[in-house]
Design a protein around this ligand. Structure first.
Ligand SMILES: Cc1cc2nc3c(=O)[nH]c(=O)nc-3n(C[C@H](O)[C@H](O)[C@H](O)COP(=O)(O)OP(=O)(O)OC[C@H]3O[C@@H](n4cnc5c(N)ncnc54)[C@H](O)[C@@H]3O)c2cc1C
Length: 405
């Protein structure tokens, strides 16, 4: 990849920056928040409303979905332009959290596997932020091993009847639609009896119960399905063939988490100066290491963008970026706690900067677990990138109903 921007890209950056500087300020106060840390329901509602307004504003001015085809409301631009726009946008606000599942994961999956009718119905309101999406994949007994999921879908004429429980579903309590994985065939091996649905979250029989996290926020939920009827037209891809679309969603999720603007903690050097430790030799070593990691993240990001520019969908390499990000966030938040010294023990309004560094510290486990744990990324890298022998799989080829549970 040529790291220098072309004259066209320089012009695009200038155009994007000018537009953002003119249009973003009214949305900036709410948009600067980190959605997964908001613990007050009223504040969450304000954030959601402001995020939707900003997304709609961008859509109406053709700045939403830089790489999305114009047919579905996007700009039809390149991954490099997308990176340029997002980096400029992140300087002013980051109101993106609530759309991550929709625009970042469900959208690309619907584009790859949906019918034209599904694309026309769902992609425009998703990109405009009018409809927010959640991911209904994990279950109490199926997280890393998603193929073991057991929420059942039974066909009844033109509808399916769904029963079961999902868990850790980010934003489900305010979402309009969900991407849902179900077990539709007990006689097929576990990866071949899964059906992928697009589900209206207001369907009778769906109940969301928020779960409170260590940060104080309750951004994810348990979601219960009791005789939920979903039209057959909402199957994404083939009946029993949900594994393919699921892999598309998960690859996009890893790439999304790895490419998150939160990879860079703003204000680190400023904090060191304020705490009077900017000249401390040990702290300077840590900051230098942090800078090096930022550079590695940047070049890993370039590599992913180069692949995307060539039309290659995010593959197992996105596991490398995600794993590196999670290691980086751990090291970074350890450094921040060291900078704070005894003040690191304070919380909320009593702490420096209202405790936002402490939130980053306790929040570092989000990307270590969400979107596939560090251990699972290592397995993927070992098997799919390095070509090492795969783990023994004792349930391979066995009908799901015969697998001991
Ligand atoms: C912030 C956050 C947001 C999330 N949002 C969503 C969401 O919106 N929708 C959704 O569906 N899910 C969501 N999740 C769930 C997430 O995808 C799962 O938590 C994750 O896949 C791990 O599954 P589990 O929790 O069942 O852990 P388990 O799979 O039970 O794993 C437990 C431990 O065993 C290890 N382990 C398991 N299998 C292996 C193996 N084969 N080799 C080595 N080690 C192994 C794991 O690494 C882990 O340390 C979210 C999670 C978090 C933390």
């Amino acid at each position: 990849m040529d790291f220098d921007e072309t004259p066209e890209e320089i012009a695009f950056r200038a155009e994007a920056r000018a537009w953002l500087e003119e249009h973003a300020p009214p949305f900036a106060a709410e948009g600067a928040k980190v959605s997964v840390y908001i613990s007050d329901p009223e504040e969450e509602h304000r954030y959601l409303t402001a995020s939707k307004a900003w997304q709609a504003h961008k859509y109406d001015h053709a700045w939403a979905g830089i790489t999305w085809p114009t047919t579905y409301g996007g700009r039809g631009g390149t991954p490099t332009q997308d990176g340029i726009f997002r980096s400029e946008e992140a300087k002013l606000l980051s109101a993106w959290g609530v759309f991550a599942v929709g625009i970042g994961m469900a959208g690309p999956t619907i584009m790859a596997h949906g019918t034209e009718e599904q694309k026309q119905r769902y992609l425009h309101p998703m990109l405009r932020g009018d409809e927010v999406w959640c991911q209904l994949f994990s279950e109490p007994n199926a997280g890393s091993d998603l193929g073991g999921l057991s929420t059942s879908a039974v066909r009844d004429g033109d509808e399916w009847v769904v029963n079961g429980q999902k868990v850790w579903n980010s934003g489900a309590h305010y979402s309009d639609y969900g991407i849902l994985l179900t077990r539709s065939n007990l006689d097929a091996p576990k990866n071949r009896g899964i059906t992928y649905f697009l589900v209206d979250m207001k369907t009778p029989g769906i109940e969301c119960r928020p779960l409170r996290q260590i940060t104080g926020a309750a951004h994810f939920n348990e979601v219960f399905f009791t005789d939920v009827r979903i039209p057959h037209a909402n199957v994404l891809g083939e009946v029993d063939g949900g594994w393919g679309p699921m892999m598309t969603t998960l690859s996009n999720e890893r790439a999304l988490i790895g490419g998150s603007p939160r990879a860079v903690f703003p204000g680190t050097v400023d904090l060191a100066r304020r705490m009077g430790v900017a000249d401390d030799p040990t702290m300077r070593q840590l900051m230098a290491q942090s800078y090096i990691r930022h550079q590695i993240m940047k070049y890993l990001g370039y590599r992913a963008k180069t692949a995307a520019t060539k039309g290659v969908a995010p593959g197992p390499e996105s596991s490398i970026i995600k794993l590196f990000l999670s290691q980086h966030l751990s090291a970074e938040s350890d450094m921040l706690m060291a900078m704070l010294g005894p003040d690191a023990l304070l919380w909320g309004e009593s702490a420096i900067d209202d405790g936002r560094w402490q939130l980053d510290f306790v929040g570092q486990w989000n990307p270590k677990i969400g979107g596939g744990t560090d251990q699972i990324q290592r397995n993927t890298i070992g098997e799919k990138v390095l070509g090492l022998p795969s783990e023994p799989r004792v349930d391979k080829g066995i009908p799901f109903r015969d697998i001991p549970k």
